[in-house]
Design a binder for this molecule. Sequence first.
Ligand code: ACM
Length: 694
Amino acid sequence: MKNYLNILFLGLGMLFPFSMSAQQAEEKLNLMPWPQKIEIKEGTFLLHKDFNLSIKGSYDDRILSYSNSFLRRLDGRTGLFFNQGIIDKNTLFSEKASLKIEIERAGKVELHEDESYTLDVSEDGIVIKAITDLGAIRALETLLQLQTYSADNYYFPFVSITDAPRFPWRGLMIDVSRHFQPVHVIKRNLDAMAAVKLNLFHWHLSDDQGFRVEIKKHPKLTEMGSDGDFYTQSQIKDVVAYAAARGIQVVPEIDVPGHASALLTAYPELGSAVRENSIERNAGIFDPTLDPTNKKTYKLLADIFKEMADLFPSPYVHIGGDENEGKDWDNNQSIQDFMVKNDLQSNHDLQTYFNIKLQKILQKNGKQMIGWEEILTPTIPTSAIIHSWRGENEGLPAKQSLVNAAKNGNQTILSNGYYIDLMYSVEDHYTVDPMPDSDLSEEEKNRILGGEATMWSELTSSKSIDSRIWPRTAAIAERFWSPKEIVSIESMYRRLDVINYQLEELGLHHISNREVVFRNLTHNQATASVKFLSDLCEPLKGYTRNKDGVEYQMYSPFTLFADACIADAQQKRVFASLVSSYVSEGNNAAALRDVLIGWKNNHEEFMKLKGNPKLKQLQPMSENLAIVAELLLNSMEATSKNEDQIKALEEAIIKLNTNELDVEVAIIDSLKELITHLKNKEYSDPKIILEEIQ
Ligand code: ACM
């Protein structure tokens, strides 16, 4: 009781006014994904050393382990180091606990499992109620995000939350074929997935560049198809268990019949062309394709899928099926004869023939097939889940295959719009909703299960991959979980900034690895001037990096300047906002000038570094930025129009963005806006100009 009185008393210094609107709440709290319903109340629950947690109901070890991890994470963040140590099944339930978790049953890690919860923080303490422990796990993540601080205390605001996901399939795909990702990298990404309530890890285990799963009956697959970088079956089981402990289902993918160079390196006799296959080192679409007319192809696949069925409890197996150009089929007479004999009119028909055989194999193993959208043909069974991925880039309407699948009777998920490897801004992903604006019936809409962020790994290593996945995937996770009305870009950015650091706290390397790259670039000299440049740049977007797929290989480590740059350059929005208010209202002239002076100063700092060949590549950008800054400062202060200066500026920004660094300078649009303003500015009244530059 004393505790609660304390809390009540100290809670009087509350931070939130009574009856805060949803929008105000969004502005204050750092929740992502945003819950379905939240009511913010007067008061705060202060955290003390005697904070403790107690669980009631029917549950298994998962929630115990998650609760222990919750306590340690809160300990770590607050430095309070609670008296409560490890809780286990012998820890008795206490009505007096600070945090009471009430669960009806242990959840199953499967689609449509109940992940709902309620979370109440009040003067009576904190109560989480959930039907399954998975709901409680999601609630614990919300609670961790709710925790905040004042100068004197760590606390939770009083809230009442009712929450449940909008979509059941909330996934992240990681391609471990192009660049292999060791188990510890996968695990830390699973931690992050759970932190933002994602529940499905799609493991892209095979492609032209590597076959990454041990198949005991066919050791040749990894002996010849993986360069020694593969997961043993015991590692797979370990990862699957690790994911399940976080309420995450693991769906494996073996990509066939195309994308099969690595598999066919081990078994060339199953290919559709006679050639010596080898593990592919470059990026692109390659010819080696399984022979769908060869019985032995199905024998091998049956063996692979049988072993995998035992490793992965998920009822789904992804068979890929994408980007099969069928060149080897066209050039193989025996395959052509087979098609005629079996009345298969096109390569599409032949691939469907192959897919249906695969579907039977999977069915025998109790599994349901999922494949990239190319598998959607008129004769594909409606039990196949269609993974929609192509869009405008491929000259197709976005989400078309999603709509087609739903109308055809197939369940479907969306990845078009969530290709995080393309290095587009988080905004681009956040504004894509899995539900198309089409005339779908309720039944058809229900077939849209959700979506997946897709992390292809041509241009990332195990060191840089976190910074390619996070924090943008947190915003995508919100799109999958939260009400569709949660669309404020400003709010998303504000919350994402906080979640970003919390993800690092959880063990991701997406922020810290940037420093590692900077130190590599400077050879352990001061990194500030290089980081400064990187905060103005973004990696090339949309597959414009790695021209023709041969500039980098699948063993390239990605330790360059571009690899320290992120998809949403930190200074881009700051500078854009400054320029926009200066241009439209004449505000912030002094702040803008300070920024420009900062660019000049940065170049001076950069030039103090002892040179090396990597810094030499960066030097023109640093120098050009200083030149642009000098010209802009002069132009802003000019009392009459100076055409030569404007022309020089226009040339300078072209130079600034012409670099060999695989990056684009992210402030170019704002610079152009500023130059246009200076160009069109009325210079007739010198007084106004004087005011403007003050
Ligand atoms: C894909 O991006 N080829 C599915």
